[in-house]
Design a binder for this molecule. Sequence first.
Ligand code: ZN
Length: 150
Amino acid sequence: MDLNELYQTVILDHNRRPRNFRALDHPDRTAAGDNPVCGDQFTVFLKLKDGVIEDIGFQGQGCAISKASGSVMTSMFKGKSAEEAKELFEDFHRLLTTGDVDPAELSDMSAFAGVHQFPARIKCATLTWHAALAALAGESEEVRTEDEPS
Ligand code: ZN
């Protein structure tokens, strides 16, 4: 199995069985993300405790990349502070735009390295991440990827 196949397997698995794919009861923050170019629409729900993401969920519909990316994002953000979440997003965004994977830091996030070959899909991959960061920042407006330089 080559690396691309492995990456596809990870993405397909997260798409088929997305982690944390649920709305939270009484969330502290929510934010919606809309990627009209592809038709991806998700809402992210957060529970915060002492500045840390105690629980996180997401719901909605979209392509395999957007849904799998939401699954990976929620798995990685749980237990993290807003600052740590922002750093994870910066790593993820670098990965999506360069395709460079640090072999020392392989994670499910690494599966998205191939997306850099399809720049239009970067917005799919970052949609739920932008929504989660907006929710963390306390912004409740809808995040539209068209406004993002991506
Ligand atoms: Zn999409």
